[in-house]
Design a protein around this ligand. Structure first.
Ligand code: S3P
Length: 178
């Protein structure tokens, strides 16, 4: 695959499979994999739930922005963005710069089945809370370059769909140059 994007950023709601798909996709592309949430936790030395509890959501969003900025300088990377990162204009712009952004679109039923309400994700709540948050964020997720169905199929199949899209885009660009 010549002419591949230097970075692929997976966006979408909690439970859409960004981390599982991202890891597999990175392997397929020969890229490194970076999970924004895990990086933030490593740097802060605390779990996300504790960051929210001790410092509040805005402090977490600031860490997320910083992480998005650091990611924007790297190449050969697949990134799993936190579910709220792409919904914030500044972080979104940083994640978009030079990258192929992919929305893993997942319906509410699948999300509810995948996201445990165990406190590890401070914004995860009951069906009504999740429905409202998803509706609020969808317009932002739509700003991704491409959308992939993540409600059906295994993480491997979803990763395959993304590889197919990247190959298609690369082919189109190559033939346009001829
Ligand atoms: C959040 C999603 C989480 C994590 C944090 C906030 C959100 O990431 O960043 O709990 O605002 O939707 P995942 O989408 O990886 O669960």
């Amino acid at each position: 695959m010549a002419d591949r994007p230097p970075r692929v950023v997976l966006v979408g709601f909690m439970g859409s499979g960004k981390s599982a798909v991202g890891r597999l996709l990175a392997r397929r592309l020969g890229y490194r994999f970076e999970d924004m949430d895990r990086r933030i936790e490593e740097k802060a030395g605390r779990r996300i739930a504790d960051i929210f509890l001790d410092e509040g959501e805005e402090a977490f969003r600031e860490m997320e922005r910083e992480e998005a900025r650091a990611i924007g300088r790297q190449r050969g990377l697949v990134v799993a963005a936190g579910g709220g990162a792409f919904a914030r204009a500044e972080a979104r712009a940083l994640l978009q710069g030079g990258a192929l952004t992919v929305w893993l679109r997942c319906d509410l039923e699948h999300i509810l089945g995948r996201v445990p309400v165990d406190g590890s994700r401070p914004l995860a709540g009951n069906r009504d809370i999740m429905r409202a948050l998803l509706a609020e964020r969808e317009p932002s997720y739509r700003m991704a370059d491409v959308v992939v169905d993540a409600s059906s199929g295994t993480p491997r199949e979803v990763a395959d769909r993304i590889v197919g899209l990247i190959e298609g885009r690369t082919r189109k660009r190559t033939s346009a140059r001829r």
